[in-house]
Write a protein that binds this ligand. Structure first.
Ligand code: UTP
Length: 291
C-alpha cells in the first residue's frame, strides 16, 4: 500500500443520466445546473482546489461536453467583456491550468463504481479523491480539505459521512461504525441502501472519498450490485480489513442536489447567505410564505 502519498488527483464522475431532473437534463448535464450563479461542477472543483488538488479527471459521457467547456478559455466572451469594461473576476475560477483537466469516457453508465474504474489509467498507482458534484458540501474549510487533513493522520481510505434521520438511511450507503475519535470513525463495514431496521448506523456516505489505487483492481472483477449497477460501495466494502478505512464526519452542511427538493433547498440556503442578495432573498421568501 502506498503510505500517505499526497492527494493530487480528483475524479469527478459526471457520466450519469440525471433522470431525476428530466426534462432539464435532456440536453444539459445535471452537473451544469446552477445553484444561484455557479454550476454544481464549479463548487466541487473549487472544493478540490482548496484541498490542494490540481489534477481534475472528469469521467464523462455523451452530451457532457459543456462541463469541459466551462473550464476552458472563452475568447469571444472575454474580449467582449473586456471591451465593455465588465467585471472579469467572475470568470477567474473557471480557468484550469493547461493540462490539468483530463477527461475519460464512460461509454455506458453502468454505475458509479464502473465510472471510477474508467479513470484507472490516469489515476495510476496513487491515492486519489472522488467528488460527486451533485452532493454540494458547504463548510469552512471545505469537505475535501477536512478529509485531506484527516488523511495526513490516518493514511489508507477515507469516506466522508453525515448523520441523517433514521427514516432516511435506506436511500443511501451506510457505514457500520467501529471506534470513534473526534470526527474520525473506524469503518467496519458498508451497506448500500439498507432497510431501516437493518441499518448499522445513521452515518451515510456523502459523496467525497479518498481511496487507495487498489480499489481499481477490486472494481475490475466487481459484479453488479443494487439496481443492477457496479457499485463503488461494494468495492470499498471488500477492501475493509485489508487496508485502514475511516469515515470523517463532515463539519458543515450537505445538500443532496441529485434530487429536486435538495436542489431547491441548496438554492435558497446559498442565496440567503449571499452578501449581495441575501437580504432581498429573505424579504422575497417571507413575502411568498405569507401569501
Ligand atoms: P446518481 O446516482 O445521482 O445518478 O449518480 P445519475 O444518473 O446522475 O442521476 P439519476 O439518478 O438518473 O437522476 C451519482 C454520480 O455518479 C455519476 C453521476 O454523474 C453522478 O455524479 N455516475 C453515475 C456516473 O458517472 N456513471 C454512472 O454510471 C452512474
Amino acid at each position: 500500500m502506498s503510505a500517505k502519498k499526497p492527494i493530487r488527483k480528483a475524479v469527478f464522475p459526471v457520466a450519469g443520466l440525471g433522470t431525476r431532473f428530466l426534462p432539464a437534463t435532456k440536453a444539459i448535464p445535471k452537473e451544469m445546473l446552477p445553484i444561484v450563479d455557479r454550476p454544481l461542477i464549479q463548487y466541487a472543483v473549487d472544493e478540490a482546489r482548496e484541498a490542494g488538488i490540481d489534477q481534475l479527471i472528469f469521467v464523462t459521457g455523451r452530451g457532457k461536453t459543456a462541463i469541459v467547456e466551462h473550464f476552458d478559455v472563452a475568447y469571444e466572451l472575454e474580449d467582449t467583456m473586456r471591451e465593455r469594461s465588465k467585471d472579469m473576476s467572475v470568470l477567474e475560477s473557471t480557468r484550469a491550468t493547461p493540462g490539468n483537466i483530463i477527461t475519460v469516457r464512460q461509454q455506458v453508465p453502468l454505475g458509479l463504481g464502473h465510472a471510477i474504474w474508467c479513470a484507472r489509467a490516469i489515476v495510476g498507482d496513487e491515492p486519489f479523491a472522488i467528488m460527486l458534484p451533485d452532493e454540494l458540501m458547504i463548510g469552512e474549510p471545505g469537505c475535501m480539505k477536512q478529509m485531506v487533513e484527516a488523511y495526513h493522520e490516518t493514511g489508507g481510505n477515507l469516506i466522508s459521512v453525515v448523520e441523517v434521520p433514521d427514516e432516511e438511511v435506506s436511500n443511501y450507503g451506510v457505514i457500520d461504525p467501529g471506534a470513534t475519535n473526534g470526527a474520525l470513525t473506524e469503518v467496519k463495514g458498508l451497506v448500500e441502501k439498507p432497510p431501516r431496521a437493518k441499518a448499522p448506523s445513521n452515518k451515510i456516505i456523502s459523496g467525497r472519498y479518498i481511496l487507495q489505487p487498489e480499489v481499481m483492481r477490486t472494481l475490475e472483477n466487481q459484479g453488479k450490485g443494487t439496481g443492477g449497477e457496479i457499485q463503488l460501495t461494494d468495492a470499498m466494502a471488500r477492501m475493509i480489513g485489508t487496508q485502514p478505512f475511516h469515515a470523517v464526519t463532515f463539519e458543515g452542511k450537505r445538500y443532496d442536489c441529485g434530487n429536486k427538493l435538495g436542489f431547491v433547498e441548496a438554492t435558497l440556503a446559498l442565496a440567503l447567505e449571499r452578501e449581495d442578495m441575501g437580504a432581498d432573498v429573505r424579504a422575497m421568501a417571507q413575502r411568498l410564505l405569507s401569501q
